[in-house]
Every structure is written in C-alpha cells, then in structure tokens.
Ligand binder design. Sequence first.
Ligand code: HEM
Ligand SMILES: [Cu+2]
Length: 543
Amino acid sequence: MSQPASASTDSSRGYLASSGKGPALFEWIFSTDHKRIGLLYLWCITTFFLMGVVLGLLIRLELIAPGPTIMNAQTYNAVFTLHGVIMIFLFIVPGIPAIFGNLFMPIQIGANDVAFPRLNLLSWWCYIIGALTAVTALFSGGGPPDTGWTFYVPFSTMTQSNVSMATVAVFILGFSSILTGINFVVTVHRLRTKGMTWRRLPLFVWALYATAWIQVLATPILGITVLLVFLERFVGVGLFDAAKGGDPVMYQHLFWIYSHPAVYIMILPGMGVISEVLPVFARKRVFGYWAIAMSGLAIAGAGSLVWGHHMFASGMSDMAVLVFSFLTFIVAIPSAIKVFNWVATLYKGSITLAPPMLFSLAFIILFSIGGLQGLLLGAAATDIHVHDTYFVVSHFHFVMFGGTGFGFFAALHYWFPKMFGRMYNATAATTAWVFMVSGFLVLYLSMAVVGLQGMPRRYYDYLPEFTNLNVSATVGSWILGAGLALMFANLLVGLFRGGPAPANPWKAATLEWTLSSPLPAENFEEEVEVTEGPYEFHEVKPS
Ligand code: HEM
Ligand SMILES: [Cu+2]
C-alpha cells in the first residue's frame, strides 16, 4: 500500500497531508487508504444527515397546527419520504461502520488497511453514485417519490412519482453496504496482528463483525425486492397484484426480511461505540466482555427471525402473530444483556463526564426508552392499536436517533482528536448535549403520547384535539435543532482552530491511541504484538 503522504510536504498532518503531486481532490476520491475512505464517508454522510434534519424540522413545522401550514399534502408526502430515505439509506445504515469502522477498525486489530482496499474504494463510489441517483429522482420523472421509505405496493407500483429511479438508487446503495461487509468480515478473520486473539478484540470490532455478516447476508434481499418493484412498474408481471394472482403482502415480507435485520446494521455499531467509550471514562475494565461480544452475534442471528412484527395488522394468521411476537421478545434479551453490562461497567467507576461519555450515557437512556416502547409494539395485543401511529414514529426515533444517532455523536467526539489532531471545546459540546437531550425528550415523548391517543403517521393534517402535543413536539424539535447546530459549529471551530491534540487525550488502551494525532499516513511501521485485552488501564500517562 503506497503512502505518499508521509513523504508529503507536512508529515505532522499524517494521513491528512496531500502529497502535492496532482490535484488534491483526486488524491482523495481515488485513494484506497482506509483512513481517507473513512473521512470521505464522514463528509458525505454528515451532509446528508443535516439535509435529513432540515427535512425533519420542516415536517414538524408543517405539523405545528392542523391543516396546511407551509406545504400541501403531496409535498408533505414527498418530504417525509425523502426524510426517511436519506436518514435510513444515506445516514444510519452506512454511518458508523463506513466512517469510524473504516478509520479505526483496521488499526484496532493492528493492521495497515482492510483486506480489499480497492473494493473499499468501490464501496464509497457505490455510495456516491447511489446518493446522486436518489437526489436526481427528486428532480426528474414524475417528481419526488411520495410512498414513504418503505415503498409499499400497490401504491409504489402505481404512483406517477419517480419511484423507479429511487429503487435504482437503493439498489446501488445496497452494494456499498455489501462490499463494506465483505471487507470487514475478511479483515477481522485475516489481518489481526500477533497476539490479537478473538478474546482480545476491542468490542467495537466485535460489533462491526456481527454487523458485517448482516450487511452481507440480508442486503441482497433488499436489492431483489426493490428490483421487483422496478420491474413491476415497467413490465407489470403482477407479482404483487392480487388481480393477476399476485400478493401485495408478499412485498411486505420481502421488505422486512431485510429491513428488520437492517435495524441491527443500524444499532450494533452504535452499541460497539458505547462498549468502547464507557470503560475509558469509567476507568474500569468492561463488565462481561464475552457476554457483550456474543450478544452482538446473538442479536444478528435472532434478529433475522422477527420481521413479521411489522405486519401484525396485515391480516396474517394468529399463529404467525404469536410466533413473531414470541421471537421479538427473545431478541430483546441480548439487547438487555448489553444495557445491563454497560450499567455494571459504570458501577463504582471513577467517571469523567467528558463529551464522549455524555453522548454514550444519552444513548443508554434513550435507547432503553425506545427498547421498552418496542416491547409494547412486540405484544400483538397492544401493537394492533398503535400500529402506524405516532407511537411507532416515536419508537424508531428513540432507538435509531436516540440510539445510533447519539452513538454517532459519541464516536465523533471520542475519535475527533485522533482524526484531526485537534481538540474541540468541551464546554460548548456539553451545552449542545443539554439542548439535544432535552429537545429530544420533549419532541419524541410528545409524539409517543399523541400516538397512544391515536394520531396516525404520514398525514399532513390531524384532529384539533391533537394540537397541544404537536405544538410541544415542534418546539422540542427547535431545541433539538439548536443543540445540533451548536454541536456541529463547535466541531467545525475545533477543526480549524482547536488546540493540538495529544496522542492519547482520554488515556485509552486500544491500539489507535498508541499512534500520533492525527493518524500517521502509514499505520504501523512494523508489526505490533498484543499481549492483553483492550480495556486494561495501567493508568496510561497522556503523552
Ligand atoms: C431533528 C430531527 C428529526 C425530526 C424533527 C424528525 C421528525 C420526523 C417526523 C415528524 C416524522 C413522521 C412523518 C409522518 O409520519 O408523517 C418522521 C419520520 C421518519 N423519521 Fe424522522 N425526524 C428527525 C430525525 C430522524 C433521524 C435521525 C432518523 C434516522 C436515523 C429519522 C428517521 C425517520 C424515518 C425512517 C421516518 C419514517 C418516514 C416514513 O414514514 O416513510 N428521523 N421524522
Ligand atoms: Cu422490526
């Protein structure tokens, strides 16, 4: 692997330095270096996240009062569809694995890159081409897709909006996820350095490993499913058309056979970040290392058997409802094991409430609230009443935004010094955290209550009796939005003006903290040997 960067003009900038040969942009977008690919993903994914947030705030603004406020019904359908598609396929599915997995997983196992660097670059290009195709779908054909991110038939095979191009975009994006998964599985199996046994793997690596298997095994099902919608729109075989002997419910099965395991592609990497950060800021070995590592694989396995809980109201048999409900409770157990072990790790720890720790604690609390809501949804008797209401919308924002979103922010604040060689302002980060958590709770708890009262999702209008809770939800979204703006502004200031970061500001014990900040162009000049687990704190003195 060529590392011209170290011969570059400014080696203190490590992998960030350009070699000065040729346009810097080309050096980045054609780089096969895992660190640079991670950073390319960071810029793209963060940009799409912010676009998704703006759309979310627009949805809330529309819902501040019954009746049309800032948009009409058709625009509303397009806005929440785009919000969902961006947040799922362009932010949360690639998010932590593509950015922090690429940047740090190879280093954490003592390797100089992933197993297939060129394939890794191809995965980023699939992401970019898929994303640009999704954006193009907005401005071409019959206009922006209006089906929701789930593309349910029969509407998705009938609507004039540009669902065809949107399905092509999702198809291409799927390959980005599959290629990343293949790379990570082979890298963990083949490129671990001397002494890096499975029992010494950082828990972040275990989480990415379990995620990678789902990326490889489940994502092809999504590819086939959206391809079938594409074909139905052009050929009209009738696979999902009851009048032609097809079955529209079959689409739901195919879609959720991927999309439920996909929620673990979303959450497992976030859980891995939390398992990485907690011991460092509690100055304690993680509680139940092996239980946490194995519960990730258990979630990946059992999580592929519960997709039917999205379809309790689809007319499936009572026996099927019973089985899927029972399995849903089973898959909650390994998640609960993780939460228990995290809390046990904190117990009697000497805790530092630095920003990475604050975001990790928020993850645990918000994810647990979402998990408890999930139990109510897993019980068919209650789910039947709240299916497709704002209670469901609240639930997946608690687990996906409160969970993985805050896990993403924890990772960003934990590894920022290592990625950029600079520190950010901790007080500003803490202030942003306070706004984000309080705004989040006001926003999504209001949604949970109005959902229990029966407000359906995906409508731009609602009954007058739901007004107060929608006003509080919208105000909550403004507080959350202000916190997000402060957080990103603070990191931007840190990026350009932050003080120099030491090699190991958090006194952590995993391999990336043995390297300089920012990371060097070449990870390890010679092979490192590992002799103990990743959370043994011999009170490493910050260099
Ligand atoms: C400030 C941030 C956000 C706000 C204010 C927000 C608000 C909303 C609202 C009000 C809806 C319901 C629309 C409806 O059913 O009529 C919605 C749907 C959705 N949101 Fe968010 N959201 C935000 C962030 C996120 C994040 C971070 C994610 C994922 C990681 C996410 C994923 C989704 C998805 C998948 C849907 C379903 C869209 C559909 O029905 O097709 N949202 N959001
Ligand atoms: Cu599910």
